[in-house]
Write a protein that binds this ligand. Structure first.
Ligand SMILES: [Mg+2]
Length: 425
């Protein structure tokens, strides 16, 4: 059977989420900032047209923000995560085979749908998502994932296609590939695109026509797969179940410098709780914990950073144990008299819960009362919002938390912040 893929990508996703609940932002310039309100991570089309680049620090575009009355938002991950789930749930109605690729992108298998006009079907999907969730999307359709990505790019850049483009319908795919910069090909990162440019390859078409041997030598077999995909040979299948993560990292910069061990302990306990929750959601345990802390190296003040790595007596996903060991090591590393900017933890040596070697002295995590307790806490937090139940050592006030001064309400995940419609009779 001929393979056909669709790539659904939400347009300016974070900005679109803000617009769903604040329609006044429609057709107005809007940006969303990263953690700590540092850099621009999402831009509306109006902002892109003003030349504001992705990822630039917000202070560099202060004047533009003022001059063009750009609306500025802190990132609201509770809202974006929930809206993403709604988009993916809607998509799941249209195909049994779906790969959620990122918060705002999914690949669908359309191989069983070739009797349909796929452009029409794509438009139907796009309109349904808009109607049910309020989020605008673009859809690219192609015989391989890489070509579906190219098609998506074309759908986005050319309004005449109304957001859906099927590259398999196009009589001259090569003409299209000639218009795509090699850096925009899926899987060719910045480094490779620099290298390819130096070797005279600027477009997707030139990459497609490059000799196999040369590609394999310089871009490895992974690069060759990408090139074959440009030729219409499907090499990258749908991954319906994401492989379990090999390392889970949880760390953030503080909203203000932190100087006390007590506050650092709160932060580390919070990060451990988050990471352990992720660990349990993929049914794993960790054997090793890394803790690190650092001052702000961009500031002209005394500098100190350190990290500790330690093996657990037995692999576990039990938060109180993980916090206990992380705190022990943090206590050894901590030096007073510094202004700390960031701390974090990483869990590694990740195993499936079934793989744990038992030993006679330490009780195992699986199966046990501890495991049931963790499951209950995770269920409560999944249902009522994260941190409904949390560890007291993780802090109540959390004054060190990151800055998010312009965050919109959690419209869809928090009862107190749900939008209110007022009517008058
Ligand atoms: Mg997107």
């Amino acid at each position: 059977m001929k393979t056909i893929f669709g790539l659904v990508d939400c347009n300016n996703f974070y900005v679109s989420c803000e617009r769903v609940f604040n329609p006044k932002l429609e057709e107005k310039p809007v940006i969303v900032l990263s953690n700590n309100d540092g850099c621009v991570v999402a831009r509306s089309d109006e902002v892109k047209a003003l030349g504001v680049k992705m990822g630039i620090p917000v202070f560099k575009c202060k004047d533009l923000i003022k001059k063009h009355r750009i609306h500025v938002y802190s990132s609201n991950y509770a809202l974006y995560g929930d809206m993403s789930q709604r988009v993916m749930d809607t998509l799941a109605q249209f195909t049994p085979d779906l790969e959620i690729y990122s918060i705002d992108e999914a690949f669908l298998s359309l191989s069983g749908f070739t009797s349909l006009n796929l452009t029409q079907y794509g438009k139907h999907i796009k309109n349904t998502i808009k109607k049910w969730t309020g989020i605008p999307v673009s859809i690219g359709i192609g015989p391989t994932k890489t070509l579906a990505k190219v098609a998506n790019h074309i759908a986005k850049k050319n309004p005449q296609f109304e957001g859906v483009f099927d590259i398999t319908e196009h009589p001259q795919i090569d003409v299209l590939l000639d218009s795509i910069e090699v850096a925009d090909v899926w899987g060719i990162g910045y480094q490779y695109s620099q290298f390819l440019n130096q070797n005279g390859i600027y477009t997707a078409l030139q990459l497609k026509n490059a000799p196999d041997k040369w590609i394999k030598k310089h871009l490895t077999v992974v690069g060759l797969r990408t090139v074959d995909e440009l030729r219409g040979i499907s090499c990258i299948p749908l991954e319906q179940v994401a492989p379990p993560k090999k390392g889970i990292i949880s760390s953030l910069s503080f909203g203000r410098p932190v100087e006390t061990l007590a506050e650092l302990k709160e932060a580390v306990a919070t990060y451990v709780s988050r990471a352990a929750e992720k660990l349990r959601s993929q049914k794993s345990v960790a054997s090793c914990v890394h803790v690190f802390l650092t001052t702000n190296r961009f500031k002209d003040e005394p500098q100190y950073s350190n990290y500790a790595t330690f093996w657990l007596p037995i692999p576990t996903a039990y938060t109180p144990d993980l916090i206990h060991y992380a705190h022990q090591n943090l206590g050894k590393m901590f030096k007073p008299g510094y202004r700390y900017k960031k701390a974090g933890i990483m869990l590694t040596g990740i195993l499936s819960q079934q793989q744990v070697q038992l030993n006679l002295i330490t009780p195992s995590y699986h199966p046990s009362r501890e495991k049931i307790l963790m499951k209950t806490i995770d269920q409560i937090n999944a249902r009522w919002g994260s941190d409904t139940v949390k560890y007291a050592v993780a802090g109540i006030q959390r004054l060190w938390k990151m800055r998010q001064s312009k965050k919109s309400p959690r419209f869809t995940t928090h009862w107190k912040e749900i939008p209110v419609v007022r009517t008058s009779f």
